[in-house]
Design a protein around this ligand. Structure first.
Ligand code: HEM
Length: 182
C-alpha cells in the first residue's frame, strides 16, 4: 500500500461533523453525518456508508513561478483554529480528458485563472488535492480545504468565483460537503 493514499469515509461518527451536503451537478452521494480521513493503510470501519479513495500526486499545470508563490504563503492542514472544512469531490467530462495538456493548462489558468484566484485566499484557506481518476472510483479529484469560521465567507466567495469559470464548464459531477471539527 502506498503511503500517499487516503480514504475519505462517510458514516455515523468521525473526526468531522457534516453540516451541509450539496450536489452541484451530477449524481448525489448518500447523506452522512460524519467524515473520517485516514491513510489507506488503516482499515475502514464497517459502519462507514461510503469511502472515496484519493492519492496525493505530482503537479500537472503549476508553473515554477506559481509554485514558488504558493509555497511562500500556503499553510498546512491541521491548524487548531481551522475548525471548518470542505470536501469537494469532483469529476470532469470526457471532453476535458480528450484535450491535450497545453489546451487543459490554457483553460485552467489563462482563461480561468484558477491559481491566480486561489492565491488571493491564501494563507486563510489551507488545501490539499487528491487524484483518483487513475485509481478508478466515481470521481477524478477529491479536494479538501480547512479554514477558520471567520474565513467562511471568503471561502464561499472563492468557490463562487471558480464555479463561474470556463474550467468549471467541464465539471460534470461536484458535491460540496461542509464540516466542522467534531
Ligand atoms: C484555496 C485556494 C486554491 C488554490 C491556491 C488552488 C490552486 C490550485 C493549483 C495550483 C492547482 C493545480 C495543481 C497542478 O498543477 O496539478 C489546482 C488544481 C485543482 N483545484 Fe484548486 N486551488 C484553490 C481552490 C480550489 C477550490 C475551492 C476547488 C474546488 C471547488 C479547487 C479544485 C481544484 C481541482 C479539482 C484541481 C485539479 C484540476 C485538474 O487537474 O484538472 N481548487 N488548484
Amino acid at each position: 500500500m502506498v503511503d500517499n493514499a487516503f480514504n475519505f469515509s462517510g458514516g455515523p461518527s468521525g473526526q468531522w461533523k457534516v453540516i451541509k451536503m450539496e450536489t452541484l451537478i451530477g449524481e448525489p452521494l448518500q447523506d452522512v453525518s460524519h467524515i473520517n480521513v485516514s491513510p489507506a493503510s488503516v482499515s475502514v470501519s464497517q459502519e462507514e456508508i461510503w469511502t472515496l479513495k484519493g492519492v496525493v500526486s505530482n503537479l500537472r499545470y503549476t508553473e515554477k513561478q506559481e509554485k514558488d508563490s504558493l509555497q511562500a504563503i500556503q499553510e498546512n492542514l491541521g491548524r487548531s483554529h481551522a475548525i471548518c472544512a470542505a470536501l469537494i469531490p469532483m469529476r470532469k467530462s470526457e471532453a476535458w480528458w480528450g484535450l491535450a495538456q497545453d489546451e487543459r493548462r490554457a483553460i485552467f489558468e489563462k482563461q480561468s485563472q484558477h491559481t491566480q484566484t486561489g492565491l488571493k485566499y491564501l494563507p486563510a484557506i489551507a488545501r490539499k488535492l487528491y487524484h483518483c481518476r487513475d485509481i478508478g472510483g466515481p470521481f477524478d479529484f477529491l479536494t479538501w480545504f480547512e479554514f477558520a469560521p471567520s474565513h467562511a465567507n471568503a471561502f464561499e466567495e472563492l468557490v463562487t468565483r471558480l464555479r463561474s469559470t470556463e474550467e468549471w464548464s467541464y465539471v460534470d459531477r461536484e458535491i460540496d460537503i461542509r464540516m466542522i471539527r467534531a
